[in-house]
Write a protein that binds this ligand. Sequence first.
Ligand code: 6MZ
Length: 355
Amino acid sequence: MEWIHPMPKIELHAHLNGSIRDTTLLELARVLGEKGVIVFSDVEDVIQKNDRSLDEVFKLFDLIHMITTDHQTVTRITREVVQDFALENVVYLELRTTPKRNDSIGMSKRSYMEAVIKGLRSISEVDVEFVAAPDSEKLHNSCDGVGRKKIYVRLLLSIDRRETTESAMETVKLALEMRNVGVVGIDLSGNPLVGEWSTFLPALQFAKDNDLYITLHCGEVPNPKEIQAMLDFKPHRVGHACFFKDQDWEKLKSFRIPVEICLSSNIITKSISSIDIHHFADLYKAKHPLIICTDDFGVFSTTLSNEYSLAVRSFGLGKRETFALAKSGIDATFAEDEVKQQLGLIFDSASPEYV
Ligand code: 6MZ
C-alpha cells in the first residue's frame, strides 16, 4: 500500500491541539516540569499512552491545553501540524481549533487566532495558501517547477461544548471578522457528555445566517434527541455519527450531509466496538458523501495515510476506488469554487498513477 502516501489527500476533520507531535508535547512538558508547573514523569506516561477512552481523551486535552496555550506555542504547533500534513501529501487542509481566552497571560480569542495565523505565515518549507492569492501567485499544481509542495489551508473555529451562548457567539463574530485570513466556518466539538444543543443553537444559527459553513460533532455518544435536532439544523457536514439510529441515517441521507469519518478515533475511544461494523461500509455502499479524516493524529498516534490504509484493509477498497474516494472529498470542502477547481486539477494530474 505504498501508493497511499504519495496520493493527494484532503483532510477535513483535524483539531489543532489533537494533532501535535509527541516529541513537541514531551519537549514542552519537560520545560513546564523544570519550572515546577507539572510533574513531568506523570505527564510523560499520559502522553505516550495509546489506548484511551473518550473520557480520558478529554482529560488529556485539558493537560495538552495547559502545556500549549501561550501565543508562541500556538504559533509553533500550527506550523508543525501544517508541515506534517503537507508531508503526508495533504493538498487541502481544514484545520479547526478552539479560540481560547486566558487573561493571566494576556490572551484573547482574537490573539489566540492571530498566533495561529502567524504559524501559517511562518512556514517556509512548503507553500501554504490560506487566503485567496492574487492571480500572479497562483500555482496550478500541488508542486511548483522545483518540486515544492503546496497545501491549501482553511480554518474552522471550534466552539467547545463547555462554553456559554455568549462565548459561542463571540467565537462566531471572530470567525466573521477573520474571513479575510482563511476562516471559513464553525465547528461544534468538545466532550459530547457536556452541554446542551440549545446553548449553542443561537450562535450556530447566527453563523449560518451570515454564510459561515457549519460542521457538528454529531452522535459521538448516544443522544437521540440531540442527533435529530442537529440534523434538522442541516449542518454542512457532520463528524463521527457513531450512534445513529435508522431514523437518523434516513434524515442524514435525505439531506445528503457529508460525514467526516475518523476510524482510529472511533475504535480507540470505543465509540465503535469493532472496525468491521463501522458505518463507513454502509455509507460507502450507499454512495453517501464521506471523507476519511484523522481527528487528532497526535492523540491517536495515526496519520491520514494510515487511516486510508485502515479503510483499504478493512473494507476491501481497490487503488482506483480509494483515489476516487479521496478526490470526492473536494465537494465536501468549505473552499471557494476556484480552490475546488484547482484541487480537481491536482487530482487529475495524479490520476494516471491510480487507474
Ligand atoms: C469532540 C474533540 C475531539 O480546539 O484546542 N476535540 N471534540 N470529540 C473528539 N473526538 C475524540 N477531539 C478533539 O483542539 C482540541 C479540542 O478539540 C476538541 C475538544 O474540544 C478538544 O479540547 P483545539 O485546537
